[in-house]
Design a binder for this molecule. Structure first.
Ligand code: FES
Ligand code: FES
Length: 166
């Protein structure tokens, strides 16, 4: 089957790929080296493949690669962080012990990234609701919820410091 051209912004840089019309975004990302995006159920159930598309967390196994034409896609590889540092959400997951085997972690982090952009001061209930599409077999979720709260606090301190510095 002939390949189709695909042009979109990946982690802040425009890319031009050739994909099969039937390729999912999950498949295209992994074939192009973005292996933080995990292949779990491939049925929209586990959230391991979550990426952010135009500021919205989406399961990349349910999106055709060609659907992101002209859009912006963010994976954990592209999370903005200072050189040599983790993004505050990643750091919060480490600090709160929210990472065990780690398979689910990139998906949780991208869900959290989009969620905290829209809800910078979330309640526990809002966090639970936001994370309800991501499954973790290891942690029991409490440490993940604590990590999201810690990340919200860190991001709000960071933006407060940036505003104070203006
Ligand atoms: S691999 Fe996409 S939701 Fe499980
Ligand atoms: S840390 Fe193992 S599945 Fe979540």
């Amino acid at each position: 089957m002939p390949k189709r051209a695909l042009s979109f912004v990946l982690n802040g840089e425009r890319v031009e790929w050739e994909v099969e019309a039937s390729d999912t975004l999950l498949r295209a990302l992994r074939e192009n080296g973005l292996t933080s995006v995990k292949r779990g159920c491939e049925e929209g159930e586990c959230g391991a493949c979550t990426v952010v598309i135009d500021d919205e967390a989406q399961k990349s196994c349910l999106v055709l690669a060609l659907e992101v034409e002209g859009k912006s896609v963010l994976t954990t590889e592209g999370l903005p962080a200072a050189p040599g540092k983790l993004h505050p959400i990643q750091q919060a997951f480490v600090d709160e012990g929210a990472v065990q085997c780690g398979f689910c972690t990139p998906g949780f982090i991208m869900t959290t990234y989009a969620f905290l952009k829209a809800h910078p001061n979330p309640t526990d209930e809002e966090i639970r609701h936001a994370l309800s599409g991501n499954l973790c077999r290891c942690t029991g979720y409490l440490s993940i919820i604590k990590a999201v709260k810690a990340a919200a606090a860190a991001l709000s301190n960071q933006s407060g410091a940036a505003e104070g510095g203006r």
